[in-house]
Design a protein around this ligand. Structure first.
Ligand code: URA
Length: 241
């Protein structure tokens, strides 16, 4: 949530003071209704018009979907001087990653400067699905797939139900590929789930974050989310509460 006058100023329409003046004069509408109260807050998807001009909402916040490559940390800075995912996005805004992916994990990662959406997405109550493709050392058994589905103990806690599919087994190399969809986000969760059954994860890619997939994005590439996609993310989080 953001104050209306701040939003009007942040998209470059006018100064915050001028925006306050326009609001009190009754020249600002939010979702078709005149708003004259200065404390009014607005959400990213709200349609705001000022003196009859609809503001380009997309400039208020920035939302990116990155295909995270290996060798990047998902923090805004790193005390060891390693590359951070922020270095990959061309923007002057103070964006940050939504949740974590390990240094050696690749795949779908949202970055934004919209704190409300970031908090909603990271809140376990929102139950946002994350689909991973996992390569493990060893030949995963059907009974272990069942265990992963029902929940395994990691750090003394049982993981929530997961969707798990055994995709393939390479008998010569003794490796397996498994697709797993979880909606929790514990630290190193996928690796720990497999480790709890004796399998070492050798490769991990997040294939989907909610409905967002990596289509058209090579590792290191990113795209902006559309307003429609942002609205769907908001509604997904709210629906599950
Ligand atoms: N689970 C992990 O173990 N690592 C990740 O990077 C993401 C999920």
């Amino acid at each position: 949530m953001e104050r209306l006058q701040k939003r009007i100023a942040s998209v470059g329409y006018c100064s915050r003071r001028k925006a306050e003046e326009l609001i009190t004069k009754g020249l600002v509408e939010v979702n078709g209704e005149v708003v004259t109260k200065l404390g009014t807050t607005v959400k990213p998807g709200d349609v705001i018009s000022v003196e009859g001009n609809i503001l380009d909402n997309s400039k208020a916040y920035e939302y990116y979907l990155l295909n995270k490559p290996k060798g990047y940390v998902t923090t805004t800075s790193d005390e060891k001087g390693r590359n951070t995912v922020i270095d990959l996005i061309e923007t002057d805004s103070r964006i940050y990653p939504v949740g974590r992916l390990d240094y050696d994990t690749t795949g779908a990662l949202i970055l934004t400067n919209d704190g409300e959406l970031a908090n909603l997405l990271m809140n376990p109550k929102s139950e946002v699905d994350k689909k991973y493709i996992v390569k493990v050392k060893g030949m995963v058994t059907i009974s272990d797939i069942q265990k992963l589905r029902k929940g395994v103990l990691i750090d003394g806690l049982l993981t929530k139900r997961a969707k798990v599919k055994l995709k393939s087994i390479d008998k010569k190399k003794e490796t397996s590929i498994v697709e797993i969809t979880i909606h929790e986000g514990k630290n190193h969760q996928v690796k720990k789930m497999f480790e709890s059954l004796g399998y070492k994860v050798v490769k991990l890619r997040r294939e989907e974050y909610a409905f967002l997939n990596l289509k058209g994005l090579m590792p290191g590439e990113y795209r902006e989310l559309s307003i429609k996609e942002v609205k769907i993310l908001y509604s997904l989080c709210k629906k599950n509460r």
